[in-house]
Design a protein. Structure first.
Length: 481
């Protein structure tokens, strides 16, 4: 391609960028549609185009709650922060980052993922029942130098979406410094909320490239029984601080046998929306901490209840919902080991996902490129999807034989004491759970999904009634590039 054509192409790209930025000055349904039309001009990537078209499809439906969700989000932010979110999350995350990820795929044989999950500290003011980090201890923490280098490497690879976990991120002394040094990265910060202050919320809002997700397990009784007495009230105060600061807010629930009905209820979702939540994340309780209570795992029937409730919420309420296991059909199964995301813990271990506590690399003595292209990560990616039934995506709870084989073949280190128990002394428990859920999931897969997939139904969200049916429960950004 000639230099002149490249120059013209870039000129058109940045004209499109400037047009979108100008449209962000006003909030209206008409502007939402125009934004997607101009965004589509910024890319030739079919995955990105598909996602943008799907968003527009929902926005054009007068009765779809996505319209109200967009309005809620845009009105909550200042005009300046709308621009900053666009530059970090969309311009860099999707478009600039997409070009860089294309380069690595074409020239180095692997495509960097869209998301890094980073846990820079394990220090926490709480010790929640069943937390997946219990086995790690509470001392490990990444230095500013190492964390800053990681984010620089992310930008080189085209990774501009970074989720910060812990421990408790508000206890990480370098959190604000990292955000300030990397304005092109979009940061999603998961916090228990109890250490937030108005000053901290205002500071995060000043950066403009941040969303905050508050962890909450239901009403006061469910939350305090999981996290400790008084935590629920602390979360309610955090909502107030974040609302006054004008930050984008989401909520996250660890789903157990004890709270699944509550956190998936209309009453709970309506309350979270009323408090300002724009997104609801669901994480199944996974017994990986070496001190697990297997009786907390949702039953097969409860897992399907959550799936059905998520579909209903998406169709009726102005909130973005992700259910990281039941959404397997929309991302073709497991997304770990750098296919779409990966995890680096506070000790520097590079793990396939936050629940897969094994590693062959540590970021203190290897680069992100080497870690993402390691034998372990390549082996896991070569096996994905782990099951042709994408309602059974996980190599921990749905296909435990896959995880045991990965461990046998690659001889990774377990990243904390006790991490091996579900693959050794508890292997029979995991196999039994996989069989019991698998029997139910197979019936649902054949009845509700397989016919449409065999008919060639795609994710465009337009066209036939069958396509609309399959898309009914699909999150609009299921096609993260």
């Amino acid at each position: 391609m000639s230099e002149r054509w490249e120059s013209l192409k870039d000129r058109g790209f940045y004209y499109g960028v400037s047009k979108i930025v100008s449209l962000l000055s006003t909030v209206s349904e008409e502007r939402f549609i125009q934004l997607t039309q101009w965004a589509e001009k910024l890319t030739r990537d079919p995955v990105v185009k598909n996602a943008i078209q799907k968003v527009r499809f929902f926005l054009e439906k007068e009765d779809h709650p996505a319209r109200l969700l967009f309005s809620r989000a845009m009105n909550r932010m200042s005009e300046e922060n709308r621009r900053r979110i666009f530059y970090s999350l969309f311009l860099h995350g999707w478009f600039v980052g997409g070009r860089k990820r294309d380069y690595w795929e074409q020239n180095h044989g692997f495509r960097p993922p869209f998301i890094l999950i980073l846990s820079p500290t394990l220090k926490c003011n709480l010790r929640c029942l069943g937390c997946y980090t219990l086995g790690y201890g509470m001392k490990a923490e990444l230095s500013l130098e190492v964390a800053d280098r990681l984010l620089n490497e992310c930008e080189e690879l085209g990774i501009y979406f970074v989720t910060i976990l812990g421990g408790e991120p508000m206890l990480y002394p370098h959190l604000f410094t990292l955000i300030e040094r990397h304005p092109d990265i979009f940061f999603q910060i998961y916090t228990n909320g109890t250490l937030l202050t108005q000053e901290k919320a205002d500071r995060l809002a000043e950066f403009g490239n941040v969303a905050v997700v508050l962890s909450i397990e239901g009403d006061e009784n469910e939350t305090d029984s999981w996290r400790g007495k008084g935590v629920y009230r602390g979360i309610m105060r955090a909502f107030e601080y974040l609302d006054r600061a004008g930050l984008i807010v989401g909520t996250s629930a660890t789903v157990t046998r004890q709270n699944v009905e509550v956190v998936s209820s209309d009453e709970f979702i309506d309350k979270m929306i009323g408090l300002g939540s724009m997104a609801q994340m669901y994480f199944l309780y996974i017994p990986v901490n070496g001190k697990a209570d297997f009786s907390l795992m949702v039953t097969p029937e409860q897992r399907d209840l959550l799936r059905r409730r998520v579909h209903a919420i998406r169709n009726t309420k102005p909130v973005f919902v992700l259910d990281f296991w039941n959404d397997g059909p929309y991302v073709d199964g497991c997304i770990a080991a750098g296919r779409k995301y990966f995890h680096i813990n506070a000790k520097g271990d590079v793990e396939p996902c936050v629940y897969t506590h094994i590693a062959v690399d540590n970021i203190h003595d290897t680069s992100l490129v080497q870690a993402l292209n390691s034998k372990l990560f390549r082996d896991i990616r070569s096996r994905q999807p782990h099951n042709q039934n994408h309602l059974r995506p996980c190599m921990i709870i749905d296909n435990p034989h896959v995880m045991r084989d990965v461990i046998k073949k690659n001889s990774p280190s377990f990243t904390h004491p006790g991490a091996e128990e579900i693959y050794t002394i508890k292997a029979d428990v995991m196999d039994r759970y996989a069989r019991e859920y698998g029997a139910l999931a197979e019936r649902i897969w054949k009845k509700e999904y397989l016919g449409m997939i065999e008919a060639g139904v795609d994710a465009s969200g337009s066209g036939s009634k069958e396509k609309e049916s399959l898309d009914r429960g699909r999150p609009a950004c299921a096609g993260h590039p």
